[in-house]
Design a protein around this ligand. Structure first.
Ligand code: NAP
Ligand code: MG
Length: 498
């Protein structure tokens, strides 16, 4: 029943216009070769409202061949840079024109509130296409000042597209995670096969439709929906793919590195995190409570850079825990289409069970729940914002990425103590520091092992700011000029001048 819609009329709120629920491969819109499908569920009320194709190795092979052919014929990389730039700008404009529709799709698919999707997700996708449109005309090389004593040479570098990119994305910010990769790959002149999370494929399909309408030639941007272990793994293993751009868990990231070692595909990885908030006693207490709470509970904690460990200077520990807990209790939880709601559900039953399991383990391992701790309601996958104190530094809630609305608060003595505790993790994605002392803020920032450090704020990302992780949080950076390195190869050309 590819493309079917089940009982949409019974659902609450406005009904989304669904994209054609078939894959995008070359000029075609096929169902899965196997005929199999994946149910699409609305996490706000556990209703299955559509199905998408369950693509597998066969469909991946078709899509990769389409992308390879488009790349080898240079229909995209050979286009005038100004023309590619115009098409990327067209995509940005089309996404903008369809913002309401895309936000609603994201809400149905992922559960997040429509206003969150409209304020964060869709603009984030628009911005990266617009930003990358500017880079099509600016991928310069250098001239190389060679020192050879006898001969004269002319040597220069050019940056060439890496080739066919396999992009694999998670479910927490479906359209942004896809856009960061697709826009950058297109700016560099690559062709793409995108495999979105099996839980949230709808906006990826719609983005590909809009990209085709915007002027991207057939075969340049393909989407195969399907399960990670089948379609995802087949993409990683395909010998005609030159590079894998992955966002997801550290576990799957490591397995991708192993698979890619067979042919040394290029790999960039945006992985998990267990980021710290550091609150010093001199911080602006009015801002800290809500700031540290938003840093973990936004998007129900399903963000890679959430600050899930809260380190508080001893003298203000109780005060800050109380302020954060109060903020947590003030957030309204509920259905993604309810405009009064601030926090939607977790993405799936599996994710909810996982988070509740962590909360159980947190109490079993000696932690104390100050607020939250429970599921909300019995339809949809809602979990209360939860704050732990007195957790053992070696307990699972302190050490492992939960990817849900769970915060552990711990005291510290001084800068040395908090830097040691904050860095005591295998992850290194982000951190934040709350203090009025500007020297201490920057000195502490320089000692944190994290790809991004925010001072008196959290979670602010921009197309101009490189984003990615130290340590097991990944390889490479997304957004900014730096991200283009992951999608280009540098070629040195040296000529003897006789
Ligand atoms: P995940 O389980 O690692 O899945 C990510 C993607 O990989 C999905 O499309 C998944 O497909 C696919 N996949 C699974 N197994 C695969 C395999 N063997 N080969 C190739 N692809 C495979 O992660 P998730 O649960 O979707 O997302 C949550 C994780 O993403 C968290 O750890 C979070 O920190 C991380 N994340 C990081 C960032 C960042 O920028 N650093 C941003 C967002 C999320 P299926 O969905 O079909 O399994
Ligand atoms: Mg869904």
């Amino acid at each position: 029943m590819s493309g079917s819609i089940v009982a949409l009329a019974e659902l609450n709120g406005p009904v989304p216009v669904l994209p054609e629920l078939r894959m995008v491969i070359g000029g075609g819109r096929p169902a899965a070769a196997s005929g199999k499908e994946i149910p699409v569920e609305d996490p706000s009320d556990s209703t299955v409202f559509a199905t998408v194709p369950a693509g597998d190795a066969h469909d991946i092979d078709n899509a990769v061949r389409a992308a390879r052919d488009a790349f080898d014929r240079q229909i995209w990389s050979g286009m005038r840079p100004l023309e590619r730039s115009r098409i990327l700008e067209n995509i940005a404009r089309k996404l903008e024109d369809h913002a309401d529709e895309l936000a609603l799709l994201e809400s149905y698919d992922n559960g997040k509130t429509v206003h969150h999707a409209k304020a964060v997700d869709v603009p984030g996708a628009v911005d990266i296409f617009r930003y990358m449109a500017g880079w099509c005309t600016k991928l310069h090389g250098h001239t190389n000042p060679m020192s050879s004593p006898e001969q004269k040479y002319h040597s220069y570098t050019v940056r060439e597209p890496v080739g066919v990119v396999g992009a694999i994305t998670p479910w927490n910010y479906p359209i942004i995670m896809a856009a960061w990769k697709v826009a950058t790959a297109l700016a560099a002149g690559c062709t793409i096969v995108l495999k979105p999370s099996e839980l949230t494929s709808l906006t990826a399909l719609r983005m590909a439709e809009l990209a085709l309408e915007a002027g991207v030639p057939e075969g340049v941007f393909n989407v195969v929906t399907g399960y990670g272990a089948e379609a995802g793994q087949a993409l990683v293993d395909h010998p005609m793919v030159d590079k894998i751009a992955f966002t997801g868990s550290t576990r799957v990231g490591k397995s991708i590195v192993q698979s890619a070692s067979r042919d040394l595909k290029r790999v960039s990885l945006e992985l998990g995190g267990k980021s710290p908030s550091l609150v010093f006693a001199d911080a602006d207490m009015e801002k800290v409570g809500i700031g540290a709470a938003m840093a973990i509970f936004f998007n129900s904690g399903q963000i890679c850079q959430v600050a899930s460990r809260l380190y508080i200077e001893h003298s203000v520990f109780d005060e800050v825990v109380e302020a954060v807990s109060k903020a947590a209790q003030s957030f309204t939880i509920g259905h993604g289409r309810n405009p009064d709601v601030m926090i939607g559900p977790l993405v799936s039953n599996t994710q909810m069970e996982r988070v509740l399991g962590y909360i159980d383990s947190g109490t079993q391992q000696g932690g104390e729940v100050v607020t939250g701790g429970k599921r909300v309601g019995d339809r949809g996958y809602f979990v209360e914002p939860t704050v732990f104190v007195n957790s053992d530094p070696d307990s699972k809630v302190v050490r492992e990425e939960i990817f849900g609305p769970v915060l552990v608060a711990m005291p510290f003595k001084d800068v040395e103590d908090v830097v040691r505790q904050a860095n005591d993790t295998r992850y290194g994605l982000a951190a934040n520091i709350w203090t009025r002392d500007i020297s201490r803020a920057h000195l502490t920032a320089s000692r944190l092992q994290a790809g991004t450090v925010w001072i008196n704020t959290h979670g602010v990302v921009d197309v101009s700011t490189p984003f990615g992780g130290f340590k097991e949080s990944g390889w490479g950076r997304e957004m900014s000029a730096e991200s283009l390195h992951a999608y280009t190869e540098t070629k040195t050309i040296t000529a003897l001048l006789s």
